[in-house]
Design a protein. Structure first.
Length: 196
């Protein structure tokens, strides 16, 4: 009999359920979720993203003008695209029409996209060290397709000695690490001819 009393006592202890949530019971956790759900439902719909201070509104707001069309490309085998995406978003927020090509683009793909999209400028981000191969190839392809009027600029890890060489080849501007997006926007607005 003593054995069966012990077994009954053990079964009673094991039938008591411990809270599964690390910070308390399930009821507390479900109340937290309910509160979070209520707060997200009561939030007003988000307003359109405003441009940064001192930036004029989108050019499409003004009748008779068209926004600047920019192609942002990541040529070569470089897979680091965060900077290109940040610049693309900043240009979009400044009222420009931005086409982002994605990673691993060849010079032929970049020029083809630029011609198909009828862009006014091409921005290339190169961190792989292949800038002295990729920029000249894009410039040559643009000349072959009678598209030398498309402004080409770039950014990335590019030595200052190579910046001068690239400018001699026809690249309009090279933005080095640490350049603000405002500086890029201002440069594009002042360097790219507007369309009527």
């Amino acid at each position: 009999m003593a054995k069966s009393a012990r077994t009954k006592a053990r079964s009673k202890k094991s039938s008591v359920k411990k809270p599964t949530h690390p910070r308390g019971s399930r009821k507390v956790a479900s109340k937290r979720l309910a509160v979070k759900r209520k707060s997200t439902k009561s939030v007003a719909p988000s307003a359109p993203r405003s441009t940064s201070p001192g930036t004029p509104p989108s050019a499409s707001v003004f009748p008779g003008t068209t926004p600047i069309r920019v192609l942002v490309a990541k040529p070569g085998l470089d897979g680091h695209d965060r900077g290109a995406k940040v610049v693309a978003r900043a240009l979009r927020d400044a009222g420009m029409e931005v086409i982002y090509t994605g990673l691993h683009q060849t010079p032929e793909m970049i020029v083809r996209s630029a011609l198909q999209e009828d862009v006014q400028c091409i921005g290339m981000s190169i961190l792989s060290g292949a800038h002295m191969t990729l920029f000249p190839e894009v410039m040559n392809l643009l000349k072959q397709h009678d598209a030398g009027d498309i402004v080409v600029f770039g950014g990335g890890i590019i030595p200052k000695a190579d910046v001068e060489k690239l400018k001699k080849l026809g690249v309009s501007q090279i933005f080095l690490p640490g350049t603000s997006t405002h500086a890029i926007i201002d440069w594009i607005r002042s360097s790219v001819p507007s369309r009527e």
